[in-house]
Design a protein around this ligand. Sequence first.
Ligand code: UD1
Length: 391
Amino acid sequence: MKIISVVGARPNFMKIAPFIKAVNNHNTRHSIIHKLVHTGQHYDDSMSKAFFEELEIPEADVNLKIGSGTHAEQVGQTMIAFEKVLKAERPDWVVVVGDVNATLACSVTAKKEWIKVCHIEAGLRSHDLTMPEEINRLVTDRISDLLLAPDTLSVENLRSEGVPDSKIRFVGNIMIDTLETNRKKAEKINIGDIIERNYKGPRQTIQGSRKTAVPDTRPEKGDFSVVTLHRPSNVDSREVLGPIVNFLTDEVAEDLLLLWPIHPRTKKMLSEFGLSEKVALHKNIILLEPLGYLDMLRLNMGARLILTDSGGLQEECTVLGTPCLTLRRNTERPVTLRDHGGASVLVGNNIDVIREEYHKALSGRRNPVRPELWDGNTAERCLKAILEYGR
Ligand code: UD1
């Protein structure tokens, strides 16, 4: 059997790492030929190479190097380049993960070449078509042959869309395999060292010049909060990003040291809106480069609370019990919400709501929760589903 797995952007890497390990463990008799294709949507070392190294992902067999662009450019260029790979390789399966542009582009290209598609992390729905990821999820799930769902709510979503049970397998959350594999390693990391290695001084943030000395402030255990923002709906408009920045600088950072690993998109927008200085010069805010997997996991383990618009962090917070304010109006991961026993609460970008939930979260306690089958063994179930398909 020949399998091509696809990655494109940062959140894909922690999902493919355990799958490749499962293939290698199974492959003592070399019954599977596996190739990894990186579309190259994320290309900075901090957004891509660092994850390959830490998560021990073998170097991609092919990198399509499509880089940044509009959605149509990214999807179109990926399809053109991936079609050539498929024509040359003729795999039995293309495995796609998550909901980024690579997921959509490569699943469509594979189906048009009559190649079977397996979608890991199928069935998540935000029901919000203004999110590019929702379109990617809907299209990929509609055409996939094998839909591997992370939770029972996702299974129900697929059933309600008319997907037959013969195509659906409930396998659990593959990202939690990566969390469990790396938990002990992350525990050993000193938070001061994370800051030292990744500190983005004010001058560097504002002008792109060299780093300045790391500030003296050091977070004691649990005495810091973490923010990550990258969604266009939060960072692409001044009317939304401005009040969020004011809340972070004038309220959160007045209570707690705030660690902020900055996504390239957010850095660009802060600068465009003239907000960089306000953030970078605040004495209680430490701006960091985009973090590697282990450093981010370590911060999550230690933080008093996290404010984020990342879906993956919502899931990790749930398993670690870190109170999580999700700066979105909806989520495709309801299983992580407090209403379902998780650690996260939707706060959108209305500052009054964010403030109210922030104070609740500050006084809240850690409450680790493990949804069904988030047990660290999902990758094996994914591979088993592929191997048993059609039997
Ligand atoms: C993409 C995914 C999103 C995911 C996020 C995680 C889609 C539709 N979106 O959004 O689901 O949550 O990744 O990060 O696939 N840039 C760099 N270096 C890089 C990559 C990007 O500087 O290595 C900058 C470029 O200016 C680029 C911008 O970041 O235009 C946005 O990158 P892009 O890949 O278009 O989308 P993300 O916002 O990262």
